[in-house]
Design a protein around this ligand. Structure first.
Ligand SMILES: [Zn+2]
Length: 189
């Protein structure tokens, strides 16, 4: 079954998601649907790779994210699930890089994020784990944990004139008209 990824201005994207308290069948099913949705989306977007997803993007207000093991290789379709992920410490420098989001169609942004992050979470077997990550993995995790708090990447750059882009038909990023973005009620709802 094709899973529906919700997009702005759906109000569920702006809610704080609830902690997972047990590995119920419902929770396991949400995780399964998240993996399916990530891969379905990718089939329709030949220039892009689906790196991760948060449960609220399927309209499920649980603190669950799935993140791809390896984002350099589209043939690797394995996603790790993290339940109740929490940032313990943001470290390193703050750097800008491009981000997109399955729930904010067509728009990319240059978003400042910390280059290193320490996290705690619960894995799919219900075991507590700790992670220390950097690079694009650290960026992705900050983006996904934002989703669990009703925050989207565009919120971090809403006052920056030169931070918004779109993909052209060749898969190249082109600057977007800031006035148009700023005035788009669907984005900021
Ligand atoms: Zn996103």
């Amino acid at each position: 079954m094709k899973q529906e990824i919700i997009t702005v201005p759906d109000p569920r994207l702006r809610k704080k998601a609830a902690k997972v308290t047990e590995l119920s069948e419902e929770v396991k099913n949400v995780i399964k649907r998240m993996r399916e949705a990530s891969l379905d989306w990718e089939k329709d977007h030949p220039h892009e790779i689906s790196a991760a997803m948060a449960a609220p993007q399927l309209g499920e207000l649980y603190r669950i994210i799935v993140i791809r093991d390896n984002t350099d290789n589209k043939d690797n379709q394995s996603f790790v699930a993290l339940l109740n992920p929490e940032i313990v410490k943001l470290e390193g420098k703050v750097e800008e890089d491009y981000e997109g989001c399955l729930s904010v169609p067509q728009i990319y942004g240059l978003v400042p994020r910390h280059t290193k992050v320490r996290l705690k979470a619960v894995n799919e077997n219900g075991e507590p784990i700790r992670l220390k990550v950097d690079g694009s993995y650290a960026r992705t995790l900050q983006h996904e944990i934002d989703h669990l708090n009703g925050v989207l990447f565009i919120d971090h750059i809403k006052d920056k004139k030169d931070a918004f882009f779109e993909l052209d038909s060749d898969g190249e990023l082109q600057p977007l008209d800031y006035a148009k973005i700023k005035g788009d009620k669907n984005l900021w709802g």
